[in-house]
Design a protein around this ligand. Structure first.
Ligand code: FES
Length: 71
């Protein structure tokens, strides 16, 4: 699937770069040129990196009830 239409960069290319050590959106942008035209793909590319790394976005709704008191 294309993530960056302007530069014909697929999710596969991004994940391949991530597996070779590009672990931030800045690294991916520099390595592949993602986002260097219209920029509409940057958030999508970053979310792909986060999802693939197994890191979940912080969401207070997912906290147990005793920990919600902190927010
Ligand atoms: S879609 Fe990636 S720069 Fe336009």
């Amino acid at each position: 699937m294309y993530i960056c239409i302007c530069n014909a960069i697929t999710d596969k290319k991004i994940l391949e770069a991530q597996s070779k050590g590009c672990d931030s959106i800045d690294d991916i942008m520099q390595e592949l040129g993602v986002g260097d035209s219209c920029g509409k793909c940057i958030v999508k590319a970053e979310n792909l990196l986060i999802e693939n790394a197994g890191v979940q976005r912080f969401d207070p709704k997912n906290l147990s009830s005793d920990r919600k008191n902190y927010f």
